[in-house]
Design a protein around this ligand. Structure first.
Ligand code: CP
Ligand code: NVA
Length: 307
């Protein structure tokens, strides 16, 4: 099974054995890096990184990852390129494909990364869109394996705003055999088309998938509690949404309602005091900085396999 030449845009386009291969490669590359073994598997290769929105982790982990693999990454923003003056995504994709071996893009509308992939002749990686954040969830599943030793049969409870991160959790974790509960207030639950696709996956992989409107019901018996910001990039802040989401804050009370050995995850950046409290973020259940580190190893695996 080869993943060479594949786009990495949507986890639902991958089979369990393909995601398994990416995870195994990620663990292997992490071991190599920790031992100081050289692993310049992409020597002479270049990755174009288009960022339409801000980023700390995605930018730095992809750039450092390419360096560790012996390659090079270019940081491109609309303001510094002709994208900002109206050159089309299609033409940009065609041109970048003539110079680079892969393109990573962080975009507003998901259709922008899909269009990029349609016109690029090199693999395209989704570095976050309004709909999905697939690289994040590979790093997250790698982190869960480090702490729990497995994925299959574990319960992950995502609580908060249903967004790109929770959408990718519903796909990736389901494919890997985890049971997924999304706890979101009414009005902030997953989009119907995403829920439909995730439900098909849960039937195919024989897992449980549910959406509930009570945070305590969501975290009951959970092995993992996961949360993310109330307001994703590109969304307007509103008092109404904040009030609806405050009862879903991950605080010590909510963590106490899950399994004793629950781990708490957050893709970061966190808005301390909103979706998560300081004591939980800095407390014994939190694995958020391991998750952040694993972006590096997970994305190196994705790059090595598709380029
Ligand atoms: N989690 C994540 O994607 O972080 P950045 O926005 O900093 O890249
Ligand atoms: N849901 C967040 C994730 C940031 C990494 C956002 O889209 O802003």
């Amino acid at each position: 099974m080869s993943l060479k030449g594949r786009n990495f845009i949507d986890l639902s386009h991958f089979e369990r054995r393909e995601l398994r291969r990416i995870l195994d490669t990620a663990h292997d590359l992490k071991r190599k890096q920790k031992r100081g073994e050289r692993h310049e598997l992409l020597r002479g290769k270049s990755l174009a990184m288009i960022f339409m929105k801000s980023s700390t982790r995605t930018r730095v982990s992809f750039e450092v990852g390419m360096t560790q693999l012996g390659g090079h990454a270019l940081y491109l923003q609309p303001s510094g390129t002709q994208l900002g003056r109206g050159e089309t995504i299609a033409d940009t994709a065609r041109v970048l494909s003539r110079y680079c071996d892969a393109i990573m893009a962080r975009v507003y509308g998901h259709d922008e990364v899909v269009e990029l992939a349609e016109y690029a002749t090199v693999p395209v990686i989704n570095g976050l869109s309004d709909l999905l954040h697939p690289c994040q969830i590979v790093a997250d599943m790698m982190t869960i394996e480090e702490y729990k030793g497995r994925l299959q049969g574990l319960k992950i409870a995502y609580v908060g705003d249903s967004n790109n991160v929770s959408n990718s959790i519903m796909q990736g974790c389901t494919i890997m055999g985890m049971n997924v509960t999304v706890g979101s207030p009414k009005g902030y639950t997953p989009r119907p088309e995403i829920l439909k696709r995730a439900t098909e996956l849960s039937e195919r992989y024989d897992t449980q998938l549910e959406v509930v409107n009570d945070p305590y019901e969501a975290v009951k018996n959970a092995d993992i509690i996961y949360t993310d910001t109330f307001f994703s990039m590109g969304q307007e802040r509103s008092k109404e949404k904040e009030e609806a989401l405050m009862p879903f804050q991950v605080n010590s009370d909510l963590v106490g309602a899950a399994k004793k050995d629950v781990i708490v995850m957050h893709c970061l950046p966190a808005h301390r005091g909103e979706e998560i409290t300081d004591d939980v973020m800095d407390g014994p259940h939190s694995v958020v900085f391991d998750q952040a580190e694993n972006r590096l190893h997970a994305q190196k695996a994705i790059l090595v396999l598709i380029v």
